[in-house]
Design a protein around this ligand. Structure first.
Ligand code: SF4
Ligand code: SF4
Length: 236
């Protein structure tokens, strides 16, 4: 027989029309394999249509459902009830929006604001190398790609930035730093100086304490701190 969990979800609410903030508790019974986005949806249907939350792909590929669950940034679309109970050893969960961007309403944040950091890191080739004669594409060897392939799994969910323990408010943050670092490692990129200027600037990688909190929470198992450590050594 399928196990049923009696869950308590205390969710941080924000109503911009009244400038009101409060915690609201919802109780619901759930099977083991509902995801937290499913719980939010059930709350909307069964208890409170006003609870606002965000998701898009619901396949852990867009990062729009990142929230803090019991203080840990996670993707609500891939957090199963039974896994959450095992991870936290409780059926009581406190859920809050991420703090890397202004809250629009309840669990919904302004992702455009969060993305400003990533845009500053220019997550694309600024000045691509010319194509070799007669070629229509660049070839990257498996050995070269292996050095940074892990980083290409990044979905910019900002869980790492949320967990980051760097106390410096100007730090560009782990995922944005990594976006610049991998382009430094990409042999097709010719614009290295501009990238170095940002990485070694006041908001750059020396604001990182190599705590690995970022790597610990990454839902894509990317060792973000490793890439930052490489950059600190100039090992691009
Ligand atoms: S490195 Fe991981 S935690 Fe950070 S934004 Fe990318 S996927 Fe999310
Ligand atoms: S290793 Fe650096 S980037 Fe990662 S959480 Fe610690 S201070 Fe932040």
């Amino acid at each position: 027989m399928t196990k049923t969990y009696s869950l308590t979800l205390t969710i941080k609410r924000y109503d911009p029309d009244r400038s009101a903030r409060w915690f609201q508790t919802y109780r619901l019974d759930s099977g083991p394999i509902l995801r937290f986005v499913d719980l939010f949806r059930r709350i909307n249907v069964e208890q409170d249509a006003t609870l606002a939350w965000a998701s898009s792909c619901e396949h852990a590929q867009c990062g729009s459902c990142s929230v803090n669950v019991n203080g840990r940034p996670m993707l609500a679309c891939e957090l199963l009830v039974e896994n959450a109970v095992t991870l936290f050893g409780t059926t009581v969960f406190k859920i809050a929006p991420v703090s890397v961007a202004p809250v629009i309403r309840d669990l919904v944040v302004d992702w455009e604001k969060a993305y400003e950091r990533v845009h500053r890191a220019k997550p694309y080739l600024i000045k691509p190398k010319e194509l070799p004669p007669g070629m229509t594409e660049h070839r990257i060897s498996p050995q070269e790609l292996a050095r940074y392939e892990e980083a290409t799994r990044c979905i910019n969910c900002f869980c790492c930035a949320e967990a980051c323990i760097s106390g410096n408010r100007t730090f560009i943050g782990p995922n944005a730093a990594m976006a610049g670092i991998v382009r430094m490692m990409d042999s097709r990129e010719k614009e290295k100086e501009e990238r170095l200027d940002l990485l070694y600037s006041e908001e750059g990688i020396y604001r990182c304490h190599t705590s690995k909190a970022c790597s610990h929470v990454c839902p894509k198992q990317i060792d973000v701190a490793h890439f930052i450590a490489l950059a600190k050594e100039g090992a691009f």
